[in-house]
Design a protein around this ligand. Structure first.
Ligand SMILES: Nc1nc2c(ncn2[C@@H]2O[C@H](COP(=O)(O)OP(=O)(O)OP(=O)(O)O)[C@@H](O)[C@H]2O)c(=O)[nH]1
Ligand SMILES: [Mg+2]
Length: 217
């Protein structure tokens, strides 16, 4: 049997887990919401971003990671996060909540403005160390995701797929959509070779993701 090219991330060892726990137990602050590139905070620390279609669970994941329920606004209304939202983990890391894409009802002018900003951000942010691309475990990678994956390939920004809302699917759907994601990733040179399965609701994968963010160099 050949090895799976995009295996699920294993539970990290005690050391990285403790590093992750400490990082996220420390101060977490909302820094600012940015609507244009000149508004970005100084690129003085390592940064990760969370991208994904509208409603996939980006804000909820940031809240779960930080253990603060209302830090990033989460809502049932797609397209709620309209800005690039910066959160600081002490002075060590920035976490960036990106505006969701694929929100069908957004006016074209709005969509184009955000696409342009997303493009400049992904291509122009020197300290961006990894993009977490969130994919709903119920749906797998959709056509609307392919655009951002290609953009990340072109920008040479390493991205890691984080599957969200794992609590909402049965085991068979979970397995099928993990395989769908694994197959789709083979076409993307910028894909990091591990997938993380999460549930912001139940806490699955949160400790693993904390450790990943804390140990990036
Ligand atoms: N059951 C379950 N629901 C979730 C989970 N994560 C998010 N949700 C729900 O999904 C909806 C959208 O979550 P958000 O975190 O606001 O999604 P988002 O990606 O930030 O959306 P935009 O800001 O509009 O792009 C909310 O109603 C959340 O409560 C999860 O792990 N499990
Ligand atoms: Mg959001």
């Amino acid at each position: 049997m050949s090895a799976v090219r995009f295996p699920l991330a294993e539970m990290p060892d005690l050391g990285p887990r403790e590093k992750g726990r400490l990082l996220f137990a420390g101060p977490v602050d909302f820094v600012k919401g940015v609507v244009a590139m000149p508004g970005l905070p100084p690129a003085d620390r390592l940064e990760v971003c969370f991208a994904g279609r509208s409603n996939v669970g980006k804000s909820s994941l940031i809240n779960a990671l930080t253990g603060r329920k209302t830090l990033a606004r989460a809502s049932n209304t797609p397209g709620r996060t309209q800005e690039i939202n910066y959160f600081a983990l002490g002075e060590q890391r920035y976490m960036v909540d990106l505006p969701g894409y694929g929100y069908a009802e957004a006016p074209l002018a709005v969509v184009e403005k955000w696409q342009a900003l997303l493009r400049s951000y992904l291509q122009g942010r020197q300290t961006l160390r990894r993009a977490f691309v969130l994919v709903d475990t119920r749906h797998g990678i959709k056509a609307v995701d392919q655009e951002i994956l290609s953009l990340l390939d072109k920008s040479a920004v390493t991205f890691q797929v984080v599957m969200t809302k794992a609590d909402k699917v049965n085991a068979a759907t979970r397995e099928a959509n993990i395989e769908q994601v694994q197959a789709a990733l083979t076409k993307h040179p910028a894909a990091y070779p591990e997938i993380v399965i999460t549930s912001s609701e139940k806490g699955e994968g949160i400790e693993t993701l904390r450790a990943i963010i804390a140990t990036l160099e």
